[in-house]
Design a protein around this ligand. Structure first.
Ligand code: SAH
Length: 351
């Protein structure tokens, strides 16, 4: 709920409107109703009967022995499961959030999409993931908080546009969790109308575009969304995003052995990105056994990166974190569902 929605709630309970602001600020501190001391006891007990302060709870956690990365399995009120990853960098804590239960985009290399999308998350369920992670961090360091958010967990954020934008506005609110838009990255498989729409929202988040291929032919073999939008259309939308927000776009490129990893692919990619204000993030594929796609060797990554550098493209190789805890998209949830035999949806994939 944003402050307006809380004001409506307060007036329906016969409370003065200023209570909404007090409640809003408490909710984002992740405290219990009992701890909201400046609210009257009668109001707190009324809220306790009808409301939830956080619709998400952590039910399993894995901590990487390699780098301290934590993987959380969260349960939602309806029993659905989602996951998230908390990474510690020298500049602070970054939380990778899910925006949907599963995903219906159908990318061939991605574990999140194997059973389709069960439903989209509400803004509260996205905020709740941050509150849970903040509570975990506070167990060892009272002042530690999530400082950066990446919408790179399960789900396609633009397939849940209104809730994601509402989440970003609440996240950014000075009385709330108050994370600046420059500390947020939104990753998309490339829904062109929504990229353009976000460009007009005055929410200058970093746009990460999952490109993964230098040609439409290759992209179509990996990502069904490529049948709907060509790379040219996607890049035009990215140009608009750069123009409207002043932010460079990050292109995600998962290297898949022989499919998109050859030097000629790097040259084609460089040709397409040359006049765009951008950065390329090379991701070694996390192989998903169900999909039969192979990852690349260190020398293949270095060769690809070298070609891009020679062509003047800004590029980094993404550091792998949490390799020992099934850190990649959808892996832990799948593992858990296999054990417990949870039902799944079979949704259509966009043409
Ligand atoms: N739906 C959004 C965000 C979720 S996926 C999107 O498509 O961008 C986050 C990133 O992880 C995307 O770049 C996605 O393509 C990538 N990804 C998914 N599965 C992967 C795998 N097995 N190995 C490497 N990257 C993967």
């Amino acid at each position: 709920m944003d402050i307006q929605a809380l004001q409506q709630l307060m007036s329906s309970l016969g409370q003065p409107l200023f209570r909404a602001k007090q409640l809003f600020s408490w909710l984002h501190k992740g405290v219990t109703l009992e701890e909201m001391r400046n609210l009257p006891a009668a109001l707190r007990s009324e809220l306790d009967k009808t409301c939830l302060t956080n619709p998400v709870r952590i039910i399993d956690e894995r901590i990487s022995r390699l780098d301290g990365t934590r993987k959380f399995l969260y349960a939602l009120q309806d029993g659905n499961l989602i996951e998230g990853v908390l990474m510690q960098y020298h500049y602070g804590n970054t939380l990778c959030l899910s925006t949907q239960v599963g995903c219906r985009m159908g990318c061939r290399f991605c574990a999140s999409t194997l059973e389709g999308c069960l439903r989209s998350l509400t803004p509260g369920e996205m905020l709740g993931q941050i509150l849970c992670a903040n509570a975990k961090l506070a167990e060892t360091d009272r002042n530690a908080r999530v400082g950066n958010v990446v919408l790179m967990g399960s789900g396609e954020p633009f397939d849940n546009y209104d809730n994601v934008v509402q989440f970003l506005r609440i996240l950014n609110h000075p009385d709330g969790i108050c994370i600046g838009m420059r500390s947020v990255s939104l990753s998309t498989c490339g829904l062109v109308p929504e990229i353009k729409r976000l460009a007009g929202e005055k929410l200058p988040v970093t746009l990460s575009l999952s490109l993964h291929a230098p040609t439409d032919e290759i992209r179509r073999t990996l990502m069904p969304i490529a049948n709907r939008y060509s790379i040219d259309e996607v890049l035009d939308a990215c140009r608009l995003y750069v123009k409207e927000t002043g932010r460079r776009v990050i292109f995600e490129y998962a290297l898949i052995h022989d499919v998109n990893s050859l030097p000629e692919h790097a040259r084609l990619l460089a040709g397409r990105l040359r006049h765009l204000q951008c950065h390329v993030n090379l991701i070694p594929l996390n192989s998903v056994p169900e999909r039969g796609l192979k990852g690349v060797s260190e020398s293949e990554i270095a060769r690809f990166k070298h070609v891009l550098e020679e062509e003047g493209i800004s590029v980094t190789r993404r550091r792998e974190m949490g390799d020992d805890i099934e850190g990649a998209c959808g892996q832990l949830r799948r593992h858990y569902m296999k054990q417990t035999d949870k039902p799944h949806a079979n949704e259509e994939v966009p043409e």
